[in-house]
Design a protein around this ligand. Sequence first.
Ligand code: FES
Length: 98
Amino acid sequence: MQSSPTPYERLILVCLNERPSGEASCGGRNSKPLAEMLKQAVEEAGKKGRIRVTKTFCLGLCEKGPNVMIYPEGVLLSGVRPEDVPAIVDKYVKSETK
Ligand code: FES
């Protein structure tokens, strides 16, 4: 095993997990477009390679979804809607981490 610093300044984790019908899930609450919007914003901001938007499985907070976690800030955004994306982009994509 090798260990090295992460190549990214920021990780934006978007839960896309889906559960059988009737159970709460981020994917069931239409989180996929959020991930796509965030990925596009990273590209448009010229931050590809510095900020990574990653689609994840369950983050363990299904009832609160759609959930987005952001590092290194360690922020959990819950109940995220498409109309929230511009504010997320302003705060976590366009801003500098270092
Ligand atoms: S399905 Fe997203 S946190 Fe569990």
